[in-house]
Design a protein around this ligand. Structure first.
Ligand SMILES: Nc1nc2c(c(=O)[nH]1)N[C@H]1C(S)=C(S)[C@@H](COP(=O)(O)OP(=O)(O)OC[C@H]3O[C@@H](n4cnc5c(=O)[nH]c(N)nc54)[C@H](O)[C@@H]3O)O[C@H]1N2
Ligand SMILES: Nc1nc2c(c(=O)[nH]1)N[C@H]1C(S)=C(S)[C@@H](COP(=O)(O)OP(=O)(O)OC[C@H]3O[C@@H](n4cnc5c(=O)[nH]c(N)nc54)[C@H](O)[C@@H]3O)O[C@H]1N2
Ligand code: SF4
Ligand SMILES: [Mo]
Length: 734
């Protein structure tokens, strides 16, 4: 190593695995990125996207200055010019049309940036709008809803104790490619192999034989959208074979009788044809779950983004509970994060629970969940005149033109806005509609501490990364940008003293601490922004006393602080008003009627599902050369029998149609597909005019979401249905 080479430790902000990386820098250049072997949590694991952080940092298309659109053309602007333009145009919309006239949309990277995550609520509050939308309603909101209804906290999410389990059932997730979701589990493959090596078993339920299924001891195809019936069938069998094994949880659980009654119609033999899995297998899976010494059921995107997203999330937890593996080592456990977790604050064991539907979306009447309106309502809220119509929009790290159903309509709607601001690092399919784009710094110029993911992690830990590079001159941190926007929205003007504003907000937080406030105020002197909030969170968090956690303590541990294996947390974690686990919440019981009505529904000849590739990340990493190279990734996987029936062959371009709308994609004939199911990844379609994504535009791919209909949602959670939609396919030449 030469004198000028420096070594940096940085948590990867790109996906939920949160890998610790080791980054070598020479002369202000990244010369290598590897997994950090000593990292207490990820132990050296890395995927190709982690390596691509170099390409992201260096990408010439990544925006380094604000852009202002003048006469339809984007022009480079200074930060002061950009904020002045926002101050000129945003407040008049609020003044003329009211607070709900400004909408706010947040996307996936918001969850990976402490500055965005902690300061977005401040912007939302300053705007005072009900029109808040996020990628959660394309993703995991059913999971939050179920956690809220059952345990009283949106973020109280049980995860498999993979280090100790002996039997793991995975539905609708492919962690070998996605690296895990609502479950932070770097190196899933290594952990699954260790499970198998100790005599355990991995079972995958997926309409595609995925990379995870290939690793599994057992894989079963399932008809897309039929998981609810499989789970009901397993539950029926479990409850029929003997009393529920609640063990220590017995006095904590309510609703068992209602549940028993609700599952009556779903004997394995009844649900089997709908699932495409025979009754003997359904019964065996339930028996194995009940008799395994330690077992866990886990489901993700494939079971959340379908017609019965909330029912699936619920039934998965119910299976874990009644089989006796819940909140026990080797089963599913609730992580305990070092800071920011609402299930570690307030009164242990009791709380206010959650409420939904406090208001509804104006046009469709979709109920608010977690303060959010379904993002699939955004276009109609912009298009439909009347009081509360969205006339101006702020987007934060989101690309709904590609990531949400029917982006073509959304694009048209965005074009109609009076004013739009995008906080984004690219001029892409969504931000091209903005009047002002405000870029964030490169991830390597930002400090990092994961806020949500330690609440979802396979092991408790606290890790912090300092910025690798200083921010470029004049480039604000994203929390500062959000505060300036908040100031504009509140009428304080763009010239506001951001530091004074942050101090005032911090003083508000301190007041909530009561007697502890003076000590925290003293300890956090000299800090500001997210670092100060983080220090406060760690110093008042559940490991403050036991581990002496503070920002300084975590900073002093470049490999992170290990906080031990997951532990049972019931009843302490509960925040329901009665301090109980609710096995059969009324909204879910009621929604069963919808599933029941479709129990006999015949199979569509062909339905489409999504997929993820390890070298891609939703819609926004296709511009990085190291990931973009190699074989075409946006292909339509189709079973050989379907290919033959439809006159399609390998490599041929097919038209895929749903109703009036269609896309074209090359066919990849694959026996890994369930017959009657076609698989296409999402996040592609980079051929729209006005974007600045040179590499991505070379191989734009097809936009899966162009096929989907906004109004098809899980009615309870508002989540979009992105799987199991009927399509037709034909050779393009026809
Ligand atoms: N059909 C189908 N559709 C899906 C899914 C699916 O499985 N199938 N998955 C859904 C899921 S799970 C999700 S999470 C959503 C994601 O939906 P979105 O969040 O809307 O989309 P992303 O593709 O993640 O886009 C992230 C945006 O953030 C920008 N960005 C990246 N880093 C930063 C940063 O540091 N700061 C700022 N300000 N901006 C940044 C990128 O340029 C991009 O515009 O997509 C959903 N859409
Ligand atoms: N490489 C990479 N990693 C990512 C992302 C990415 O885009 N690329 N995105 C990140 C994000 S935002 C998220 S939310 C996570 C998601 O993480 P995962 O949930 O693991 O996502 P997928 O890999 O899409 O796996 C979903 C699986 O569900 C299956 N499936 C589809 N329909 C059904 C169904 O009806 N029933 C069942 N049982 N299975 C079904 C699909 O075939 C697919 O294998 O990944 C994150 N990590
Ligand atoms: S799996 Fe890859 S993208 Fe995800 S955190 Fe790790 S290195 Fe980053
Ligand atoms: Mo996601």
């Amino acid at each position: 190593m030469t004198d000028t080479t420096t070594l940096h430790h940085r948590i990867c902000p790109l996906c939920e695995a949160c890998c610790g990386l080791e980054i070598k820098v020479r002369n202000q250049q990244v010369i290598s990125i590897r997994g950090h072997e000593a990292d207490v949590f990820s132990a050296g694991y890395i995927c190709p996207k982690g390596v691509a952080l170099k390409d992201l940092h260096e990408d010439p298309d990544r925006l380094r200055t604000p852009l202002i659109k003048r006469n339809g053309q984007f022009e480079t602007a200074t930060w002061d010019e950009a904020f002045a333009e926002i101050e000129r145009r945003l407040p008049p919309v609020q003044a003329a049309h009211g607070r709900n006239a400004v909408g706010l949309v947040a996307g996936n990277p918001t969850a990976h940036k402490i500055g965005l995550l902690l300061y977005l609520p401040r912007l939302l509050k300053a705007l005072g709008t009900r029109n808040f939308f996020s990628a959660a309603t394309l993703d995991q909101i059913p999971r939050h809803l179920v956690s809220g209804l059952m345990y009283g906290g949106w973020m109280s999410v049980p995860v498999p104790d993979i280090a100790r389990t002996q039997w793991l059932l995975v539905l609708g997730a492919n962690p070998v490619a996605s690296n895990g979701s609502m479950w932070t589990v770097p190196d899933f493959r290594g952990k699954a192999k260790a499970l198998q090596a100790r005599g355990g078993k991995l079972i995958v339920i997926d309409p595609r034989r995925t990379e995870t299924a290939a690793l599994a001891d057992e894989h079963h195809f399932i008809r897309p959208g039929a998981d609810v019936y499989l789970l009901l069938g397993m539950l029926h069998h479990l409850l029929a074979r003997g009393p529920a094994r609640l063990g220590r949880l017995e006095p904590l659980v309510v609703g068992l009788e209602a549940l028993r009654e609700a599952v009556q119609p779903y004997a394995p033999a009844v649900v089997a044809p709908r699932c495409g899995i025979d009754a003997v297998t359904i019964e065996r899976l339930a028996d194995e779950l009940a008799t395994a010494p330690a077992a866990a059921v886990y489901g993700r995107i494939g079971v959340n983004t379908q017609d019965y997203g909330s029912l699936c999330a619920w039934l998965i937890d119910v299976l874990n509970i009644v089989s006796g593996h819940f909140d026990t080592p080797g089963g599913t456990l609730f992580p305990k994060a070092a800071g920011f977790a609402s299930n570690t604050t307030g009164t242990p064991g009791q709380g206010r629970g959650v409420t939904t539907g406090r208001f509804a979306s104006r046009v469709a009447g979709a109920p608010e969940v977690m303060g959010e309106i379904p993002i699939t309502c955004l276009a109609e809220e912009i298009e439909t005149p009347g009081p509360g119509q969205v006339r101006a929009l702020i987007t934060v790290a989101t690309n709904p033109v590609l990531s949400a159903p029917n982006g073509e309509r959304l694009s048209r709607a965005l074009q109609e806005l009076d004013f739009m601001v995008s906080l984004d690092i690219y001029l892409n399919e969504t931000s091209r509609h903005a009047d002002v784009i405000l870029p964030g710094p490169s991830p390597l110029e930002d400090l990092h501490f994961d806020v949500p993911f330690p609440q979802l992690s396979w092991r408790n830990h606290a890790r912090y990364s300092a910025p690798v590079f200083e921010r470029a001159r004049g480039q604000p941190a994203e929390w500062q940008t959000l505060l300036r926007l908040a100031a504009i929205a509140q009428g304080q003007g763009a010239g506001v003293d951001v530091q004074a504003l942050d101090d005032a907000l911090f003083a508000e937080e301190l007041r909530k601490l009561g007697d502890a406030a003076p000590a925290i105020q003293q300890a956090t002197q000299g800090l500001s922004g997210p670092a100060r909030l983080l220090d406060m969170a760690l110093r008042t968090g559940p490991y403050a006393a036991s581990h002496g956690l503070s920002l300084a303590r975590v900073q002093a541990a470049p490999a992170g602080v290990d906080l031990g294996p997951l532990q049972p947390r019931l009843p302490e974690l509960l925040r329901t008003p009665d301090g109980r686990v609710h096995l059969a919440p009324t909204p879910l019981l009621t929604d069963l009627a919808r599933a029941h009505a479709a129990l006999q529904a015949p199979a569509d000849p062909l339905v489409i599902i999504g997929r993820r590739d390890v070298r891609s990340n939703n819609s926004w990493m296709h511009n990085l050369p190291v990931l973009a190279k190699g074989p075409e990734r946006c292909t339509a996987l189709l079973h050989p029998d379907d290919a033959q029936r439809l006159g399609l062959s390998n490599g041929q371009i097919a038209r895929i149609r749903h109703g009036e709308r269609s896309i074209t994609a090359p066919v990849e004939v694959s026996a890994a597909m369930m017959p009657g199911v076609v698989s296409l990844p999402h996040g592609w379609g980079h051929d729209l005019p006005g974007s600045r994504l040179q590499v991505a535009a070379e191989r734009p791919g097809a936009n899966l979401n162009a096929l989907f209909t906004e109004s098809r949602r899980d009615p309870l959670s508002g989540n979009a249905v992105l799987s199991g939609v009927a399509v037709e396919m034909e050779p393009l030449s026809l």
